[in-house]
Design a protein around this ligand. Structure first.
Ligand code: ZN
Length: 286
């Protein structure tokens, strides 16, 4: 089973996770920038974070045979903090870089006017830079959040086929399907979507969504599991889906979506014993 995780926060994960992911079949991923769990106090800390998503983290992933890409943005939560919003003016120069395959994650958290502004501005940045956008839907009040997000998308210059609407569930899949966007599902250990619910959605909607579904683990610093992609593939097989369906959902769909950036590099960099800015991942020499 070959797996492309289209949404995972490796900065928050360990080397053991990289090893387990490779063993499970993960060969490529996209790491969107997000909230770090603690408020940032200046745009400069975003830039350091973006640089690590473009440098250190791909280096780390390459040691495990995994191709690393990223999506960059001002996240919805910090769009409300005036100390952070100046990063919007810094984003354009980052969106030109190799391995930046989308703008994201953007969207709504509490659905404030500041979030309206950041979402519209960043959809425009995606349109201007020829990039797809990874749009998160809020965990609270999800149906209203999806409806409002779809309204903003319709008013934007970004075509729906360049948008993945993420964290969908049974209540929001129909609205997303009707609007022509890609459908993102985050599979979690014990809340929200799980493997069985994911398989039930695939069964219910079948060919209407099969070539537009992206399944991710969204693994981060919270309770989450970077192997939920494989778990979903196994659950699909157990439910009677064929291997070609699993390959489509776990590999070909995310490849097709992010290939719209023109920047996918599916061969990981060669593992190296060279140093990254003076640092090695190795312990004890060699
Ligand atoms: Zn995320």
């Amino acid at each position: 089973m070959r797996i492309f995780d289209p949404h995972i926060h490796m900065t928050s994960r360990t080397t053991d996770d990289y090893t387990a992911m490779h063993d499970a079949g993960v060969r490529a991923l996209v790491e969107p920038s997000f909230w770090l769990g603690q408020p940032r106090t200046s745009p400069a800390t975003f830039l350091d974070y973006f640089d690590s998503l473009l440098g250190w983290e791909p280096f780390r992933a390459a040691q495990h045979g995994i191709a690393h890409h990223c999506a960059l943005a001002l996240n919805p939560k910090e769009a409300n903090d005036p100390r952070c919003t100046p990063v919007l003016a810094e984003l354009p120069r980052y969106l030109h870089k190799d391995r930046v395959v989308a703008v994201g994650e953007i969207g709504y958290d509490a659905m404030t006017p500041a979030e309206d502004h950041a979402l519209a501005a960043q959809l425009q940045l995606a349109a201007d830079h020829g990039l797809p956008a990874l749009v998160h839907t809020p965990h609270r009040d999800k149906a209203a959040g999806v409806a409002r997000t779809l309204d903003v998308l319709r008013e934007s210059d970004l075509p729906p086929q360049r948008v993945v609407l993420d964290h969908l569930n049974e209540t929001t899949v129909a609205a997303a399907t009707d609007n022509g966007v890609w459908l993102g599902f985050s599979v979690y250990p014990d809340t929200k979507m799980d493997e069985a619910r994911m398989v039930a959605v695939l069964r219910e909607y079948g060919s209407a969504i099969m070539d537009r579904v992206l399944v991710n683990s969204a693994a981060d610093w919270g309770r989450s599991d970077p192997l939920k992609t494989r778990g979903t593939g196994l659950a699909m097989l157990a439910a009677g889906f064929c291997e070609d369906d699993v390959d489509r959902v776990l590999w070909r769909n995310p490849v097709a979506f992010y290939a719209q950036s023109g920047r996918l590099e599916l061969e990981p960099d060669k593992p190296t014993t060279d140093l990254y800015q003076g640092n090695s991942l190795l312990r004890g020499g060699s």
